[in-house]
Design a protein around this ligand. Structure first.
Ligand SMILES: [Zn+2]
Length: 234
């Protein structure tokens, strides 16, 4: 069962589950686009330069017209890199919570989360498949089609294309098996295989909460209330 937390039921949910929350030491957060809304992201719908932003995540344009693809990438990246982590990203980082994210905006990294799985990659990186090096995405401003500074090979975006295998899911599953509390933030879990995460967690006896809206407000409040519970136990 997923316990949904919102601004209306917050107090009652926290006090109803105070007994469980008191003993929790191991957290895992699973995040999606909703956590970055207050940071002015995402921008996954709509058009830029006459191209659907969604094309950024499909290999079709990248393979058929790399120059157009990178034009779109530059436009999106220019906007995205202005975004900064909001209170939800920051609180998770401050509390040392492990994070599994479906987002490619890199805001959990920017917030300082150390134990982080970015299932769909990261818009802040470019990869060279020839020499296996990783470079910052600022290289896209150097050439119309970015090249590896080391081997001159073509660079690939650091994001996972639709239909490609997501990254490090086995780590996410390990963490899910180890956590006592899973906090789902800003995602409806419509995509496989993340859809399975709550089930994996519940099998090991952990409790699952979900915050879909107002994450920047509710995540810090939620974590603070558990802190209070733990303090009052001592
Ligand atoms: Zn290279």
């Amino acid at each position: 069962m997923i316990i949904s937390v919102n601004v209306y039921n917050f107090e009652s949910i926290v006090s109803k589950h105070a007994y469980y929350l008191r003993g929790i030491h191991s957290w895992l957060a699973l995040t999606g686009a909703g956590i970055s809304q207050a940071s002015g992201l995402p921008l996954l719908t709509g058009d830029l330069q006459g191209l659907a932003v969604a094309e950024l995540f499909e290999s079709r344009l990248f393979l058929s017209n790399p120059s157009r693809y990178w034009t779109l990438y530059r436009e999106v990246y220019r906007k995205w890199r202005l975004a900064t982590p909001n209170a939800a990203h920051i609180e998770l980082a401050l509390q040392g919570v492990r994070v599994v994210t479906q987002n490619v905006d890199g805001l959990h990294r920017d917030a300082g989360t150390r134990e982080l799985v970015e299932l769909h990659g990261n818009l802040q990186e470019l990869h060279c498949k020839r020499c296996q090096q990783v470079f910052p995405s600022t290289l896209v401003f150097r050439n119309s089609i970015p090249q590896c500074p080391t081997c001159k090979g073509d660079l690939y975006p650091g994001v996972v294309f639709v239909g490609e295998e997501i990254q490090h899911f086995s780590v996410a599953v390990d963490w899910a098996g180890q956590c006592e509390l899973l906090l789902i933030i800003g995602t409806s879990l419509s995509a496989e295989p993340v859809r399975q995460m709550p089930e994996i967690v519940e099998k090991s006896g952990a409790i699952v909460f979900q915050i879909n809206d107002n994450a920047e407000l509710l995540v810090p409040r939620f974590m603070a209330s558990i802190d209070t519970q733990m303090t009052s136990r001592d």
